[in-house]
Design a protein around this ligand. Structure first.
Ligand SMILES: *Cc1c(COP(=O)(O)O)cnc(C)c1O
Length: 424
């Protein structure tokens, strides 16, 4: 075990971590249900669902079976000129679930790549429609859309990676941070946003936002009415509305998609993360028939994208099984139950010194501090309480697997409150 960790520390990068990091990663031996089994025998609950993904927990019998069955017939074939049942069946399920009007599916290999594809779709469509000057994107401050260069250009310009990459990132247009809270008053924000929109030349191709919940940009909840306002602006100006549902998709916020809170449909939608139930990397970009037709009418005559592992059959088969498990469950009731448990369990954090806000939406619970958190120390406190968390910036948060019982949720919220209580 020490050999493995020593090699990891010497040679293996981890996300957003220095190569020569003072923190030692925990060695995971296996995982089942909502628990990780660490090499030292501890079995914490994974309150992160492996970053929004493992919604049904690990080693789910139906997902395991789908993966094994697919491996026995074909693990991968190229998607250029060939097709297969796992991709077709997954596309059928996605279009069934998605907001009305979405009709075409592009399979990508990660969330960030799906965002790149969505941006490319928007730019190609505007060219196809005779607007080659529409090359900019309009987005909200406080967003997060991934780590590739196009995606980085629409991440929050302050909290994201803009400062470091100012010279290489495309220059986009930012609307103010949306009002905080699901039921917040919209008026002051609309006035500011309208001023930005009114000052624009005809350079915008599309609006891209995470609906209702901004995730890695700050775990902020905002009113669905913002989405309706953006939809109206898009219709009025000939912009496309791209919804990045990579974190919010598949019931996490209490509706199947974030868009459903607002009763709107995007022109383009990205899904990823929970798509495969946390088993394999896969994302998808959905778009309307109009968008697809416009892209075909652009000078290249086709959408110019095609990843090597496009529509990987193993990932598609397990994703189809994951969507079946989800749609056959009473997910609305499950998410409401989790929301109640998170809201109740996190409430005591409101009384703690150093806590700025406590909020929940669907199966997401957040304690925001008024100071930056010490990630390693806070994680260690949670681990002593039997829970794996990964705080960032000033945020201690959870998005547990949907299979978590009320008892698990009490353990999770207890651990989060304990981590927030830790003296600075
Ligand atoms: C995680 C995330 C991405 C990036 O997905 P990756 O699979 O990590 O590339 C993009 N947008 C949102 C909203 C996300 O939460």
């Amino acid at each position: 075990m020490d050999d493995l960790i020593d090699f990891d520390r010497a040679h293996v990068w981890h996300p957003y971590a220095p190569m020569d990091s003072p923190a030692t990663p925990l060695l995971v031996a296996s995982a089942a249900g909502n628990r990780l089994t660490l090499a030292d025998g501890r079995e914490p609950i994974d309150a992160m669902s492996s970053w929004w993904a493992a919604i049904h927990g690990y080693r789910h019998p139906r997902l395991d079976a789908a993966l094994h069955r697919q491996a026995d017939s074909m693990s991968h074939v190229m998607f250029g000129g060939l097709t297969h049942e796992p991709a077709i069946e997954l596309a059928r399920r996605l279009l069934d679930l998605a907001p009305a009007g979405l009709d075409k599916v592009f399979f990508a290999d990660s969330g960030s790549v799906s965002v790149e594809v969505a941006l490319k779709m928007a730019l190609q469509l505007q060219r196809g429609n005779g607007h080659p000057g529409r090359t900019q994107l309009l987005t909200l401050r406080g967003g997060y859309h991934g780590d590739t260069f196009g995606a980085m250009s629409v991440c929050d310009p302050v909290g994201g990676m803009h400062q470091m990459f100012t010279d290489v990132l495309a220059e986009q247009v930012f609307l103010p941070r949306p009002p905080a809270g699901f039921d917040a008053d919209l008026e002051p924000w609309v006035a500011e946003a309208q001023a930005v929109v009114d000052a624009l030349d005809d350079t915008v191709a599309a609006v891209i936002v995470e609906p209702v919940l901004q995730g890695a940009g700050g775990m902020r909840v905002y009113p669905p009415a913002v989405l309706r306002w953006l939809r109206d602006q898009c219709d009025a100006h000939g912009w496309l509305l791209i919804l990045d549902e990579i974190a919010t998709g598949f019931a996490r916020t209490g509706e199947m998609f974030g868009a459903d809170h607002a009763g709107i449909s995007p022109d383009i939608m990205c899904v990823g993360k929970a798509l495969t139930g946390g088993y394999l990397t896969l994302a998808a970009v959905l778009c309307t028939a109009d968008v697809a037709a416009g892209i075909d009418a652009s000078e290249s005559g086709a959408l110019m994208h095609g990843p090597t592992y496009m529509a990987n059959p193993l990932a598609c088969a397990v994703a189809a099984a994951s969507l079946d498990v989800l749609t056959e469950s009473d997910w609305r009731r499950d998410i409401a139950r989790i929301n109640t448990a998170l809201a109740t369990g996190l409430a005591p954090a409101r009384e703690l010194g150093g806590v700025a806000d406590v909020r929940t939406l669907g199966a997401v619970g957040v304690i925001q501090l008024d100071h930056p958190i010490e990630v390693a120390a806070a994680s260690a406190v949670a681990l002593e309480h039997g829970v794996w968390i990964r705080p960032f910036r000033d945020l201690i948060y959870t998005m547990p697997p949907y299979i978590s019982t009320d008892e698990d949720l009490a353990t999770i919220t207890g651990a989060l409150v304990a981590a927030a209580r830790r003296p600075r």
